[in-house]
Write a protein that binds this ligand. Structure first.
Ligand SMILES: [Zn+2]
Length: 323
């Protein structure tokens, strides 16, 4: 059991802190979604709770490792939203904070894993703050976050930050290919902003089909052959912001081609479909769409009932750009 190859540096850093007895009380593991931060936190918790680690990895066979495998180690406190809920309950955090005054039950320390940390509401965050301000020795908190900017500044400032950037594209392709050989990994990675674990999920859900479908819809829209309400409905159902991200890249590609010629386009398929239209496109409209998409992407988690309308406006503008 070990971390992903692109997390080696972070792993060595934490192991070195630990070996020197200087592991921070609270560590915020932050970075893009679906790159394996939570898995990393879990393996590291296992490493900390293992009684005989070897070569900076948990042994997998001691009492602590056995308890972890069975999912009932008393010194690992897992805090995440319950199924169907988006928030971590305040009483869970309170119970953990109360337990930090006690001696760990079987291991040398107690580990709390909070994931995603931004799922704590204000009351939960306030409760956690108490133990961050006055930590009890022998307790460590690993907070995993895809959106650390949503955490209260008081929490952020009391954690040691550990960044998990996306792996390099070739590194991700090599790892994915080792899991399962497939020529489509580079294309799949492009669709999911380079996050390897998301690429696997995307492949299982036949994501490339929906990618192609959306691309056809996008091209149809620019050619004035799509229904705005239908497009708005389809796009506004996208909870993850993935479609908005695709539209952003296609639009950017078109703006580039509109300015510097069709040979500059990355997406050759789209270039082929729209080659007659591209030189005539309204670049002001294209840039306005890019602007709107940026603000939409930033607010994607906070989207309200207006999502449909916002996407319809966007679709209309794209349609006008092609007129
Ligand atoms: Zn062990």
């Amino acid at each position: 059991m070990s971390c992903f190859p692109w997390q080696q540096e972070q792993w060595e850093r934490l192991c070195s802190y630990h070996a020197k007895g200087r592991l921070p009380h609270a560590i915020l593991l932050e970075g893009p979604r679906s790159t394996g931060k939570q898995a990393f936190a879990r393996v590291f918790a296992n490493y900390m709770l293992c009684s005989s680690p070897r070569n900076y990895e948990p042994c997998g066979s001691c009492h602590g490792c056995q308890l972890l495998k069975a999912g009932n180690h008393p010194d690992l406190v897992d805090m995440e939203p319950e199924e169907g809920s988006k928030t971590i309950r305040v009483d869970e955090i309170r119970a953990f904070v109360a337990s930090t005054a006690l001696t760990p039950q079987t291991a040398a320390c107690r580990i709390a894993l909070i994931s995603p940390a931004e799922a704590m509401n204000q009351a939960a965050a306030n409760s956690l703050l108490k133990t961050l301000e006055e930590p009890n020795p022998g307790n460590h908190i690993l907070l995993v976050s895809h959106a650390p900017w949503e955490l209260p500044a008081t929490i952020r400032s009391r954690c040691q930050h550990l960044m998990f950037p996306l792996p390099g594209k070739q590194e991700a392709i090599d790892w994915l290919t080792a899991q399962q050989p497939d020529d489509e990994w580079p294309g799949l990675l492009d669709c999911v902003r380079g996050a390897p674990l998301k690429a696997i999920e995307f492949k299982q859900q036949h994501g490339l089909d929906s990618y192609r479908e959306e691309k056809r819809r996008f091209a149809a829209l620019l050619s004035g052959k799509a229904n705005l309400v239908e497009v708005g409905t389809a796009w506004s159902k996208d909870e993850t912001g993935m479609i908005a991200n695709w539209i952003f890249h296609w639009t950017l590609d078109l703006a580039r081609a509109n300015e510097s010629g069709i040979m500059q386009m990355h997406d050759r398929e789209l270039a082929g479909w729209l080659k007659d239209l591209i030189p005539r496109m309204d670049s002001v409209k294209l840039f306005s769409v890019l602007d709107k998409l940026s603000s939409l992407q930033q607010g994607i988690r906070l989207r309200n009932l207006n999502a449909q309308m916002q996407f319809e406006t966007l679709a209309l503008e794209l349609m006008e750009a092609g007129e």
